[in-house]
Design a protein around this ligand. Sequence first.
Ligand code: T4K
Length: 410
Amino acid sequence: MGIKTAYSELAIFGNPPAFTEPLHVGRPNIGDRERLLQRINDMLDRRWLSNHGPFVQEFEAEVARRLGVKHCIAMCNGTVALEIAIRALGLTGEVIVPSFTFIATAHALQWQEITPVFCDINERTHTIDPAAVERMITPRTTGIIGVHVWGQPCETEALTRIAEKRNLQLLFDASHAFGCSSQGWNIGNFGRAEVFSFHATKFCNTFEGGAITTNDNELAAKIRLMKNFGFAGYDNVIYIGTNGKMSEVCAAMGLTSLESLDSFIQANRENYETYRRELAGLPGVRMVEFDASERCNYQYIIIEIDDAEAGISRDLILRILHAENILARRYFYPGCHRMEPYRSYFPHADLLLPNTNAVARRVLVLPTGTTVNETDISAICGIIRLCILHGQQIASELSKSEVDTTAYVS
Ligand code: T4K
């Protein structure tokens, strides 16, 4: 890895990249490899590979204990967990959901022919705006899905009030928020249920995996049936269901990840502080900061680029970073409402989503996690600094050399 001190050294001009290997945003954290292999050996010896095996039971109990929630039902992934939670809550008609989220949140509704009604976000926190939620309620609305995007808690109190007042189901997509809190309470305890993702790219992973947590006994029992074809015992199906089960090997990885959770969070937190220091005062660059009074997993480093103030576009910065092998991402550009099938279904959704559109135009997610260290972050921020300080020269030299600078323009 080489530190660049002049903009003429940038890889976009044909120089060697700062990183010889790609630096990914979602590089998985691997806990204690020996413990994992030992668990996999135990599993093989036991010849119990799936169907609510001992590792899944232990994983569910450990997640529930950590979150202080009555029930945790492990699932094969976060998307199926969302689909099952939506079905178990009996959602139909229209459900209010932010457009600024991973496409799975919207698809989990549309997959079941429920209309996602896209709602705007708070421009600072990126979470669903309760005042906008109230404006989107119609006689067909049956529920609200809040997303704790980046691990940033939704305004849980306001959303709970609205759901109670309007008799709506409240579900949270907590895919990013394992280990986070809202007003001191662990995420996992809000609404009727919350859904986590333990995908490989999440700071706590089970290879692929997810979970639903709830304090509602009846709902938990229904979800357990639904994720196992509705089986209530041998030869006894009492409900419509699907296959949402987590496998033993995934739970083995999950248990191993949980053992290292504190060190993962510590590494993320140190990276977050380093980025904050390195990017402080750069014009046109704002880092999304987390409320220090809440617990947070710090698994995402999010910056916003104001093109005009920065003197260079977010998309040109992205292109420059990619040339350096820094594979920053534009999550969740362009917003679900601008992706199919929603773009065709709701061509006018844009008009009600000014904050979503503005944030999607500005956001960049940078690499972090246990594979990224302070020196890497200094190199990444050094390149961003060169972009900001020499934006105009870079753009004009690129246009002179007839390189296509429009490729990433929104
Ligand atoms: N709700 C929300 C709010 C979500 O963010 C997500 C998932 C879900 C629901 C659904 O949960 P799951 O069904 O996935 O459990 C990635 C993840 O695949 C996805 O889980 C995550 N959100 C989303 C934010 O990010 P992509 O399409 O960007 O993945 P991909 O393949 O581009 O990988 C991301 C980066 O990670 C790349 O730079 C490569 C790197 N990577 C990836 C994998 C899988 C690795 O270095 N190693 C790996 O093993 O969606």
